[in-house]
Design a protein around this ligand. Structure first.
Ligand code: ADP
Length: 402
């Protein structure tokens, strides 16, 4: 069975075509700058025993429908195509950011599901409209395929009220649904399952802290295979310091910006979401550059990295307190998988808690799951490559075969 996974953003579509019979990625690509005068498509075709082939195009793509039609053509292209007929795609799996408290698992798309994704737009004004648009155009372009949605928030629906409620008057929860939802659920669940399998533990009894460090960063406390707390909230803004997001911040800073500095909500939003984090402190949100500049003793990069890893360490401490005995700490995503320095700094001086990184193992690179724990570490420390697309495809596959 071939499954097309779609991640539709406000001006972009990312996609992967996966053959679920052997979990092989046949094609992957990206459509960018949809609606601008010059849009861009990059499509890659992968082969098991040959070099991959790719095609890049610059052309005007007026909307998501035209974008997905171009993807459909590339998937059937004589040079870089992987299918001969669009009907070969039996299932399309969509990533949807916000499922609110309405979805705790993947679902088949129907009118009710689309209405609910629409109703959740106030909670995710940037993401849900674009995700919904992706579903609507895929229903037209891949009309014969079963459409499935996988929500970024679903895994965190197991959090108890004392973790997900804000300590504000109840009506804001009951009437406006303001609470912690959490994000990156697909990734946290995927890497935790991989880690449990690697360690030979049953997932239903697996206790772990999962640390997803990409451009967006979040941590999840996992008890008996379920999310019981997570660092993002109503939106992806709170918690850890990120590439361009501030993470947790005293809300009084926002009042000050609004009243004393006369900034608008849009300006404050832009500062906290796009100009803060590593970028705000060291002028750059690419961790590779920050690490390089840290090693050259540049003060702003040193401070940025110290702040970034200090925040991770504080969350490790608080999650250890709520979880009790722990099987593993898992690092994943761009920074978590690649930066030995970040892992080392985040775990430094935690031997008294059973956490000790082995320097040599930590500096070895691998594409597979890797243990970086010192033999004296009582908690397993793992680097687990995330694969959100495969996870979406697996959930869609399971639903389609039910
Ligand atoms: P996204 O949230 O966009 O999916 P990724 O998971 O791809 O993000 O992670 C992007 C981040 O990973 C960037 O900050 C990038 O600098 C960082 N990264 C990638 N490779 C390395 C590396 N070798 N060392 C440090 N950071 C890295």
């Amino acid at each position: 069975m071939k499954i097309l996974v779609i991640n539709s953003g406000s001006s972009s579509i990312k996609y992967q075509l996966i053959n679920m019979d052997n979990k092989e990625v046949l094609s992957a690509g990206l459509v960018e700058r949809i609606g601008e005068s010059e849009s861009y498509i990059r499509h890659q075709r992968f082969f098991k025993d040959q070099e991959s082939r790719s095609k890049e195009e610059k052309l005007h793509i007026k909307d998501h429908r035209s974008g997905l039609e171009q993807v459909n053509l590339l998937l059937q292209d004589s040079e870089v195509g992987a299918i001969t007929n669009p009907d070969e795609i039996e299932v399309v799996g969509h990533r949807v950011v916000h499922g609110g408290d309405m979805f705790n698992a993947a679902v088949n798309v129907d009118d009710d599901v689309k209405e609910k994704i629409k109703a959740l737009i106030p909670l995710a004004p940037l993401h849900n409209p674009a995700n919904l648009e992706g579903i609507l155009v895929a229903e037209k372009v891949f009309a014969k395929a079963q459409q499935v949605v996988v929500f970024d928030t679903a895994y965190h629906q197991s959090m108890p009220p004392h973790a997900f409620r804000f300590a504000i008057p109840e009506r804001f929860y009951t009437e406006d649904k303001l609470r912690v939802y959490g994000m990156h659920g697909t990734s946290h669940q995927y890497v935790a399952r991989q880690a449990a399998r690697y360690l030979g533990n049953a997932f239903s009894q697996f206790n772990a802290i999962s640390i997803h460090l990409g451009n967006g960063c979040s941590m999840t406390a996992i008890k008996n295979g379920k999310s019981i707390d997570t660092s993002m909230g109503l939106s992806p803004l709170p918690g850890l310091m990120m590439g361009t997001r501030s993470g947790d911040i005293d809300p009084t800073v926002l009042f000050y910006m609004g009243t004393k500095l006369q900034m608008s909500f849009e300006e404050i939003d832009n500062v906290l979401n796009k100009q803060s984090g590593l970028k705000g402190i060291a002028g750059d949100n690419d961790m590779r550059h920050i690490v390089e500049r840290y090693q050259n003793n540049e003060a702003d990069a040193q401070l940025a990295l110290e702040m970034y890893t200090y925040r991770i360490k504080k969350f490790i401490g608080s999650y250890l307190a709520i979880l009790g005995p722990l099987d593993a700490i898992i690092f994943t995503a761009g920074v978590g998988e690649n930066s030995s320095l970040v892992r080392e700094m985040a775990c430094a001086d935690l031997e008294h808690l059973g956490i000790k990184v082995d320097e040599k193992k930590n500096n070895q690179r691998s594409r597979e799951i890797q243990s970086i724990a010192h033999e004296d570490s009582s908690i397993a420390l793992l680097v687990v490559p995330t694969n959100e697309e495969l996870s979406i495809a697996e959930q869609a596959y399971e639903l389609a075969n039910r």
